[in-house]
Ligand binder design. Structure first.
Ligand SMILES: *[C@@H]1O[C@H](CO)[C@@H](O)[C@H](O)[C@H]1NC(C)=O
Ligand SMILES: *[C@@H]1O[C@H](CO)[C@@H](O)[C@H](O)[C@H]1NC(C)=O
Ligand SMILES: *[C@@H]1O[C@H](CO)[C@@H](O)[C@H](O)[C@H]1NC(C)=O
Ligand SMILES: *[C@@H]1O[C@H](CO)[C@@H](O)[C@H](O)[C@H]1NC(C)=O
Ligand SMILES: *[C@@H]1O[C@H](CO)[C@@H](O)[C@H](O)[C@H]1NC(C)=O
Ligand SMILES: *[C@@H]1O[C@H](CO)[C@@H](O)[C@H](O)[C@H]1NC(C)=O
Ligand SMILES: [Zn+2]
Length: 407
């Protein structure tokens, strides 16, 4: 079975700006074979855990870079006792908590390995059309943790609704008005390990009342909601719905200060995915009117207003879409984009480590402390002096397993 499949976010500009999807944007993805291949690549319980004393590393503690010290990796966690540990020389490198990509679309093990290689140790997969596919990427030794979304909530006749139908051939996964919300929510939750709901604000699309109800039902079930919004109109809808996270940044115009203040007041967070917004604007032809400068200015405004900013890339390598974004290296692009939008290198680093961890209640990661997961990235230079130094990756550990060694 081959399913016609398109990444929604990759299509957001042509759809959002009214150019309409082109037939050649549809690319097929063989979901059943991906699931099989991903599951076969599991290391079948092989334990690669060790006790390592990582000497001579300068730890980033969330505020500054500390003088050289030793960090103990004890199995999957950061430990305290170096007795019996294998000694590894960190050579004075800077040790960062594993990076978190708050918005990406891996579908196979190569994508996961790329994320890992670039120091991304947790990945928020933003469109689980197939829960089995998202499961097949989860719990791989030495690869990033996967945080899983629902099927994206969208309306019949909408651009994203059409994408969901193409992916699943199942019209009943769409939401036609508020009456359909409780049933849809229950179906998403049934037997599934989802971490948060993904909602789509777009025109034509879900109306305000439906978005509002989706958010309140998600909260009622103890889950957060993440809402796609790539135009000013959609951004306004998402903000009014009180969704927890607004993803992307409008490519049509800068949002007014009052909307940024409303987001702050309502405790909403922004993941602007500037890397994707830039890629769409650069893609040209199919994206007439996409103004990256506006997306950057909105990001700047949100940050200055005090809204919590998270780093996400929208990484995907789906052929035929207007903007592909590579896995892993793109998170370093996003850090640079956030700095270009006026954040300090320190703020950008926090947006890719402790902030997403805290935002999603992942209390076992985001900082380097005893008892936390040993998700660690050793880089050569000081990223607080130049954010570009995060690219100078020397070694990466995920859950205490070193990436690219022994696998
Ligand atoms: C894991 O086990 C399955 C069968 O249980 C096997 O087909 C697969 O090749 C194994 N994977 C690895 C990486 O050894
Ligand atoms: C994963 O997909 C990429 C294209 O995005 C391809 O180059 C790569 O070979 C695939 N990996 C596997 C294991 O199928
Ligand atoms: C991954 O592992 C966790 C913890 O062992 C477990 O709760 C979860 O169900 C697993 N998820 C998948 C998709 O295998
Ligand atoms: C979705 O598909 C339907 C049926 O093909 C079409 O009428 C509608 O215009 C599409 N919606 C968008 C926004 O492209
Ligand atoms: C959505 O509901 C309206 C009535 O509320 C109905 O007229 C319309 O046909 C429904 N659309 C679909 C695709 O089910
Ligand atoms: C893009 O947005 C910027 C910032 O708002 C604005 O100054 C510029 O005029 C816009 N460009 C176009 C072509 O609309
Ligand atoms: Zn996306």
């Amino acid at each position: 079975m081959r399913l016609e499949y398109i990444y929604p976010s990759a299509l957001l500009a042509p759809l959002a700006l009214g150019c309409g999807p082109h037939p050649d944007h549809a690319a097929s993805l063989d979901i059943p074979n991906l699931i099989t291949a991903n599951n076969l690549a599991r290391l079948n319980g092989t334990t690669l855990h060790k006790k390592i004393a990582l000497n001579n590393v300068r730890v980033f503690d969330g505020t500054c870079i500390l003088p050289p010290s030793t960090i103990v990796i004890d199995g999957p966690f950061i430990g305290t006792d170096a007795t019996g540990a294998e000694h590894v020389d960190g050579k004075g490198g800077v040790l960062l908590p594993g990076l978190i990509d708050a918005h990406c679309h891996p579908t196979n093990i190569t994508h996961m390995q790329e994320l890992a290689k670039w120091g991304v140790t947790s990945a928020f997969v933003m469109a689980c059309f197939s829960q089995e596919l998202c499961s097949s990427l989860s719990n791989h030794t030495g690869l990033p943790s996967v945080l899983r979304s629902s099927v994206p909530a969208s309306a019949p006749g909408s651009a994203h609704g059409n994408i969901s139908i193409a992916a699943t051939r199942d019209p009943s996964i769409l939401i036609n008005g508020t009456g359909a919300v409780p049933g849809w929510i229950n179906r998403q939750l049934a037997g599934q390990d989802l971490d948060y709901f993904k909602l789509v604000a777009e025109a034509p699309g879900l109306d305000q009342a439906t978005l509002n109800l989706l958010v309140s039902e998600a909260h009622h079930h103890g889950k957060q909601s993440v809402t796609h919004a790539a135009t000013f109109e959609a951004y306004t809808q998402a903000t009014l719905s009180r969704t927890d996270h607004v993803h992307h940044a409008p490519l049509d115009t800068v949002i007014p200060l009052a909307l940024a203040h409303k987001m702050l007041q309502q405790g909403q967070m922004s993941t602007p995915t500037l890397t994707m917004m830039r890629a769409i604007a650069l893609a040209g032809t199919s994206t007439a009117g996409a103004n990256f400068t506006a997306a950057l200015a909105t990001t700047s405004l949100l940050h200055k207003s005090g809204v919590t900013m998270l780093a996400g890339t929208d990484a995907n390598l789906q052929p035929g879409v207007p903007a592909m974004v590579p896995f892993g290296s793109s998170l370093h692009d996003e850090l640079q984009n956030l700095v270009d939008a006026g954040m300090s290198p320190l703020e950008a680093l926090l947006a890719a480590t402790v902030k997403p961890a805290r935002a999603f209640g992942l209390w076992d990661r985001g900082t380097i402390q005893a008892g936390m997961r040993a998700d660690l990235v050793l880089v050569g230079g000081d990223p607080l002096a130049d954010i570009g130094n995060t690219r100078d990756i020397k070694r990466v550990w995920i859950g205490g397993v070193e990436v690219g060694r022994g696998q």
